[in-house]
Ligand binder design. Structure first.
Ligand code: WAQ
Ligand code: MG
Length: 279
């Protein structure tokens, strides 16, 4: 059997009842088998081997597909997570997020943003001015879903990122997620760092700044991580935002550019030069 439908493939794996690996893809019929085995291989590479690996293949019916271009990646070097957090705060302020909201997000993500004190499974949705949260279920948050690269864009983006030493699948996945998020109605920026204790990198993203990546947004060994999606209160509507983030299929068909800067001062001065030229 063959058709033009898109298939959403989701994998999650757990060990001792704890989530240890996950992933999601959006593929055509011909991509199903290869993608299922890629995702199972990812889960099976975890040590210890997961107790449970679940893969779900879902055909998406009657939903129109949106195509967008990937954000440009700017990799800003920082020596440690304290410098990284100060730098990411600059990037978010330039995108229009208040210091109060940034500090609220950083402190929640650094201590466990779920009411139980653990990491959330999804993202916070936060007022970019006041830091007020809008998720209905603060343990879960919103899970951004149904986004992926086209095969050609994935290959080209992998090539571009590798030339900057960015070879981990997480980078491409996070870049695709952030690209979808900042194109959502009412969203002005996103902040993220991983909950994986060995993965210290994170980013802030906005449509204007792109995907601004830092090698350290937390200390090595720290099991805390999360995501905050900053929204403009007067431009956003919760049901339509949730519908877009959770349901709208989005394929990234154009890769972005990538550059590397030695520090956050370079980022700020390049941005100022650009702004003064464009006025
Ligand atoms: N939608 C919304 N939030 C999510 C999702 C999702 N699909 N998946 C994870 N989260 C939230 C949740 O709170 C996790 O605790 C947190 O994000 C981090 O998830 O090299 O690996 O999968 O440039 O650990 C960023 C830097 C890595 C990548 C992100 O996130 C790079 C990462 P993780
Ligand atoms: Mg994780």
């Amino acid at each position: 059997m063959n058709d033009d439908s898109l298939y959403n493939i989701r994998m999650r794996a757990s060990h001792d009842g704890k989530h240890v690996s996950g992933g999601e893809r959006l593929v055509s019929f011909d991509g199903i088998m290869g993608t299922v085995s890629d995702l199972v291989r990812r889960a099976a590479s975890r040590i210890p081997f997961p107790d449970d690996i679940t893969v779900r293949v879902e055909r998406l019916k009657g939903t129109s597909l949106q195509f967008i271009a990937a954000l440009d990646v700017v990799s800003v070097l920082v020596p440690d997570f304290e410098t990284g957090r100060a730098a990411v705060s600059h990037v978010l302020q330039l995108a229009g997020v208040s210091r109060l909201a940034i500090e609220t997000a950083i402190s929640l993500m650094g201590s466990g943003a779920a009411p139980s004190g653990s990491n959330m499974r999804g993202a916070m949705i936060m007022d970019a001015q006041t830091g007020e949260r809008f998720e209905e279920d603060q343990e879960r948050g919103v899970r951004v879903s149904r986004f992926d690269w086209t095969d050609a864009a994935r290959t080209e983006e992998s090539r571009i990122l590798s030339s900057f030493g960015l070879t981990h699948f997480r980078t491409k996945e996070a870049l695709a997620l952030a690209t979808k998020v900042v194109h959502a109605p009412g969203v002005i920026a996103e902040l993220c760092w991983s909950d994986d204790p060995d993965y210290t990198a994170g980013y802030a993203a906005s449509r204007a700044a792109g995907y601004v990546r830092f090698p350290f947004l937390k200390a090595s060994g720290d099991t805390r991580g999360g995501r905050a999606i900053f929204v403009e209160r007067n431009r956003f509507n919760l049901p339509s935002l949730l519908n877009y983030l959770e349901k709208q299929p989005v394929l990234i068909q154009t890769p972005g550019r990538c550059s590397e800067l030695p520090d956050i001062q370079s980022f700020i001065s390049i941005r100022n030069t650009y702004l003064s030229r464009s006025c």
